[in-house]
Design a protein around this ligand. Structure first.
Ligand code: CTP
Length: 382
C-alpha cells in the first residue's frame, strides 16, 4: 500500500505503534515511505512535538490496519502514543481500515465504537471476508490495498461521506400554536432527535437545512453546512418544508407537528371571563403533502409517536403517510422519545421486516436511520 500511495504521487509519513513493530520493522516502512517511520512521541530531538506537526500537515490520516484496541482508544479520545496523539492533534479527515478476528469484529463494543467514530465524521472502510491469522476464515481481513488507495484518492479529491453532494431537509421540535399573545398549545418534543439527524447528516457530507421550533445549540456546525430556519407554528413549518423540499434529496420530518390549531385571540384572554371555549381546527398533514409532491428519487422519512398497539398503529401510519422509512417511537418506554438524550425505535421500511434499533444515543439512532436512507437513494446522480 505504501508503494502504491507513493506511486500515485502522495507524500507518505508513516507512524507505527510499538505493537506494529513486532510485525514489521520500522526500516521496511522507512524504505518504502517518503519519510523515516516514527514510533515514539519523544524519539526525535529535532521534532519535540511530532504529533502536532504531523497532525496539522496531513491531508488525510489512514489507519491500516486499525485494531479493536486502536478503535477503542480513538473513540475514547486517548492520546497515549504517537498515533493516537496525532489523530487527536489533527482536523484532517481520518480513514480507518479495521482488521481483526471475526469474533472481535462482531463484538458490540467494537461496532459501537465505530458508530461513535462514524458519527464524528471518521470514515471506515469495512474489512473483507477471507483468511485470517492462525488459519481462520471469516469477516475481519484488512481491505485490499488497491481499494484503500482508490478511497484515499476519492477522499483527497473532496469525498466526505455517503451523503456528499446530497441536500437533506430535517424538521425538529414541537410546533407552538398561539391561543392569545401569551399562551400556546404545544407538546413535549425537545427537538433532540431532529437535531441529531441534522448533525449526523452533515457529518456524512450532506448540505443540511434544519427547520426547527427550538433553539438548541448545534454541537457541530463546523463548516456552516447546517442552515437553520426558525419557525413557531405548524402553518409556518408547512410553508417552509413544502418550499424547501422541492430542492431536497432527502426529507426527514422529525418535528412533532400540532394536529390541531386555533384562531388566536388578539388580546390576552382574561381569567374573569371564565374558561375559554377553544375552537380547534385540524392542521394539514405536512408529511402527506410532501409525499404527494415528492421529486423523483426523493427519500422521505416520517416519525410516529405511539403509546398503545405500537406496531399495529405504526404500520397503519406507514401506509397512510406513504413514506419510505417510518421511525417508530413507543413514548411509554423509559429513556426513549421526548426530552430524552437516548432513544429506542423500530424502523418500518418497504418490503422489509421491521428493524429494531435498541436503546442508544439519539446520534446513533440518527446514524441507523441515515444508513437506511443512503441505501434507498438513487446512485450515480450526485
Ligand atoms: N406530521 C405532519 N403534519 C402534521 C402532523 C404530523 O407532517 N400535521 C408528521 C410528523 O412530523 C411525523 C408524522 O407526521 O413525522 C407522524 O406524526 P404523529 O404525531 O405520530 O402522527 P399523526 O399523523 O399525528 O397521527 P396520530 O395523532 O393519530 O398518532
Amino acid at each position: 500500500m505504501l508503494r502504491r500511495l507513493r506511486d500515485a504521487g502522495y507524500h507518505v509519513a508513516p507512524i507505527l505503534t510499538p505493537d506494529a513493530t513486532r510485525f514489521v520493522g520500522p526500516l521496511t516502512f522507512s524504505a518504502l515511505a517518503s519519510e523515516p517511520a516514527r514510533i515514539g512521541l519523544y524519539d526525535d530531538p529535532e521534532l519535540p512535538i511530532p504529533h502536532t506537526t504531523l497532525g496539522q500537515s496531513a491531508d488525510l490520516i489512514v489507519v491500516a490496519p486499525a485494531t479493536a484496541h486502536l478503535i477503542a482508544r480513538f473513540a475514547a479520545g486517548l492520546a497515549d502514543d504517537l498515533l493516537t496523539a496525532t489523530l487527536m492533534a489533527s482536523a484532517s479527515p481520518v480513514l480507518l481500515c479495521p482488521a481483526m478476528h471475526t469474533e472481535m469484529w462482531e463484538q458490540p463494543v467494537v461496532q459501537e465504537n465505530l458508530a461513535t467514530l462514524r458519527r464524528r465524521g471518521v470514515l471506515v472502510l469495512e474489512p473483507e471476508r477471507g483468511h485470517l491469522a492462525g488459519g481462520d476464515e471469516g469477516a475481519g481481513r484488512l481491505a485490499d490495498p488497491a481499494t484503500i488507495v482508490t478511497l484515499v484518492e476519492r477522499i483527497i479529491k473532496g469525498y466526505r461521506g455517503p451523503l456528499t453532494g446530497r441536500r437533506v431537509l430535517v424538521t425538529a421540535g414541537g410546533t407552538r400554536e398561539p391561543i392569545d399573545p401569551v399562551r400556546v398549545i404545544t407538546n413535549r418534543s425537545s427537538g433532540r432527535q431532529g437535531y441529531a439527524i441534522a448533525e449526523v447528516a452533515a457529518r456524512l457530507g450532506a448540505a443540511v437545512t434544519l427547520v426547527t421550533t427550538t433553539d438548541r445549540t448545534l454541537a457541530i456546525d463546523v463548516v456552516g453546512r447546517i442552515e437553520v430556519v426558525e419557525v413557531v407554528t405548524a402553518a409556518e413549518m408547512r410553508e417552509h418544508a413544502l418550499t424547501l423540499a422541492k430542492e431536497m434529496d432527502v426529507v426527514v420530518m422529525a418535528a412533532a407537528v400540532a394536529d390541531f390549531t386555533v384562531d388566536p385571540a388578539p388580546n390576552k384572554l382574561k381569567k374573569a371571563a371564565g374558561p375559554p371555549q377553544l375552537a380547534l381546527v385540524a392542521t394539514p398533514d405536512i408529511l402527506v403533502e410532501l409525499v404527494a409532491n415528492r421529486r423523483d428519487g426523493q427519500v422521505i422519512v416520517g416519525f410516529a409517536a405511539e403509546s398503545t398497539d405500537v406496531l399495529a398503529n405504526a404500520q397503519a401510519k406507514f401506509e397512510r403517510k406513504g413514506v419510505d422509512v417510518l421511525v417508530v417511537n413507543d413514548v411509554m418506554t423509559p429513556g426513549a422519545g421526548f426530552e430524552s438524550p437516548t432513544n429506542e425505535v423500530r424502523l418500518l421500511l418497504r418490503d422489509h421486516e421491521p428493524v429494531a434499533v435498541s436503546m442508544r444515543t439519539k446520534e446513533d439512532v440518527a446514524l441507523e436511520v441515515l444508513t437506511r436512507v443512503v441505501a434507498l437513494l438513487p446512485q450515480g446522480d450526485q
